[in-house]
Design a protein around this ligand. Structure first.
Ligand code: SF4
Length: 238
């Protein structure tokens, strides 16, 4: 009977995978290289809400909300405990696709003393209590035009809620994308830390040089924006 009640009340999440690795990207805590236990959740809202997925998506296997396995909150927490690390990264797909369930998961993990980074695509409102919890950091994308997804007006409202300890990440397909980043910063003066992240392997060395030179000279970017690379991809690890 007790099990039946637990089944009834316990939030269930669709989980693609767990793994231990390093955070390959900026994470709001110690940064790239910090060992972390990853929880990858299923589902992404972009195609349903905005007509397409990101052209550069590297987690296409997590876009479908039915992929992976349905797991109860306590089973997920048990996996996290077995991971043996204080740092946890909740990613996707889009983790906030399972809004109420992931909200409970992150609140539970933070309450248990874990440091939790949530990687989100910036199109779903961030739960208020996460923004009041020092153990939770948000890494939110700003989808530029080159992503193939037009969600900017919604994203701009979501990003307004971020704190100075959170991060906004702009994924670049081309150095020219920086002008769109500059206009956003100029118009919105965001509080969060700002990183531009070239799609892995996409830019030529001379384009990277141009990118760095542009960051150092465009007034809205200078002393405000840093480069972010996917360290795990450079190392050839998960
Ligand atoms: S938001 Fe993330 S999971 Fe969804 S299409 Fe874009 S990169 Fe892929």
């Amino acid at each position: 009977m007790a099990e039946d009640i637990k089944d009834w009340y316990e939030p269930k999440l669709q989980v693609v995978e767990f793994f231990r690795s390093i955070d390959g990207e900026v994470n709001g805590f110690a940064g790239p290289g910090q060992p972390s236990f990853f929880i990858r959740l299923a589902g992404c809202n972009l195609k349903r809400e905005f007509g397409s997925f990101c052209g550069y998506c590297d987690t296409a296997g997590a876009q479908d909300e039915n992929t992976g396995r349905t797991m109860g909150l306590s089973e997920i927490v048990t996996h996290a405990e077995r991971g043996g690390l204080q740092k946890i990264t909740v990613t996707g797909g889009e983790p906030l696709y399972q809004f109420e369930e992931v909200r409970t998961l992150v609140n539970t993990l933070a309450q248990l003393g874990y440091l939790v980074t949530v990687e989100t695509n910036g199109t779903v409102g961030i739960p208020r209590e996460w923004l009041e919890n020092d153990r939770v950091r948000i890494i939110a994308d700003y989808k530029l035009r080159s992503s193939g997804v037009d969600c900017r007006s919604l994203t701009e409202r979501v990003l307004e809620s971020l704190r100075p300890c959170d991060v906004t990440k702009f994924i670049l397909m081309h150095p020219n994308d920086l002008f769109e980043v500059a206009f956003y910063i100029y118009d919105h003066n965001p509080k969060a830390q700002l990183y531009v992240s070239p799609v892995s392997g996409k830019l030529l060395p001379e384009e990277l040089e141009l990118l760095i030179e542009s960051i150092a000279s465009i007034p809205a970017l200078k002393n405000r924006v840093s480069l972010n690379f996917q360290l795990h991809k450079l190392l050839g690890i998960k």
